[in-house]
Design a protein around this ligand. Structure first.
Ligand SMILES: O=C(O)c1ccccc1NCC(=O)[C@H](O)[C@H](O)COP(=O)(O)O
Length: 261
């Protein structure tokens, strides 16, 4: 079993329980459900820097990253820094996140918000909308092509953007679907946890131009972004590099200033 298999095994049990605790009609009648969403894909198309800054307390590859921060301060700091969007990990067991983090973030900033989750069921997309997200993540490695199609179409009906994540050519081939807005290439090998920007570079020419290209994981310097931009990437998802500091917002601000000088 690789790490994704383990996460999905636990996630199925979690989602079954959540469905029993909060029925669908309660999510659909919640206060944020009718909120007009804010497109991350549009923000990235027009941004000079394209930073998607992440809130991430721990991870399978790094164990603890930072438990000393307040998610509200992280969100306001990222917004002040001028990031294009924010990613909020909502998985609890492996990443130390929660849906509460998402709703607190929603009430703290106006950035397009990505629910960073291991989505296997429409119910989690309804939750994303009810807790204030603008974007959902779908991971090709854990879904069939039919599931990607069904889940992305469901998200589009709810006016949510869809970021589809791939790790290799095989996953990319099954992901070229019109209801996807952004294609994210994850630079982290989930077997070894090593990161290599070469993954983004190698897959870039296989991604059709109608998708906004996003490079994810292991981006720890502005030089990495300068290297990736010529390959057509418009979005750059950064977690640990900001979250390991005492003040992720300040770190993001310095990073963006360096990119634009
Ligand atoms: O980060 C991990 O260790 C990880 C392990 C297994 C599945 C997913 C994982 N990370 C999720 C992400 O995609 C990253 O949090 C995101 O791309 C930011 O990465 P980084 O900048 O390297 O923190």
């Amino acid at each position: 079993m690789n790490i994704l298999d383990k996460i999905v095994f636990d996630k199925r049990k979690e989602v079954d329980l959540r469905k029993k605790l909060i029925p669908v009609n309660q999510l659909e009648n919640s206060v944020l459900f009718g909120r007009k969403t804010n497109s991350l894909a549009n923000a990235l198309r027009t941004s000079e820097t394209g930073i998607i800054a992440e809130h991430k307390r721990r991870s399978p590859s790094k164990a603890e990253i930072n438990y000393n921060l307040n998610v509200q301060d992280v969100a306001t700091g990222y917004e002040k820094a001028g990031v294009s969007g924010m990613s909020v990990l909502t998985d609890s067991k492996y990443f130390g996140g929660s849906l509460d983090d998402l709703i607190i973030t929603r009430s703290s900033c106006n950035l397009p918000l990505l629910r960073k989750e291991f989505i296997i069921d429409e119910y989690q997309i309804l939750e994303a909308k009810a807790y204030g997200a603008d974007v959902i993540l779908l991971i090709a490695a854990i879904l069939t092509q039919n599931e990607i199609k069904a889940l992305s179409e469901f998200a589009k009906q709810l006016k949510l953007d869809v970021l589809l994540e791939v790790h290799n050519e095989k996953e990319l081939h099954k992901s070229i679907i019109p209801s996807i807005d952004m294609l994210g290439v994850n630079n982290r090998d989930l077997k070894t946890f090593t990161v290599s920007l070469e993954t983004s570079k190698n897959l870039s020419s296989l991604i059709p131009d109608d998708f906004v290209k996003v490079s994810e994981s292991g981006i720890s310097s502005t030089e990495a972004i300068t290297e990736l931009k010529p390959y057509g990437y418009k979005g750059f998802l950064i977690g640990e590099n900001f979250m390991k500091t005492e003040d992720p917002g300040l770190h993001a601000l310095k990073f963006i200033n360096q990119l634009t000088k």
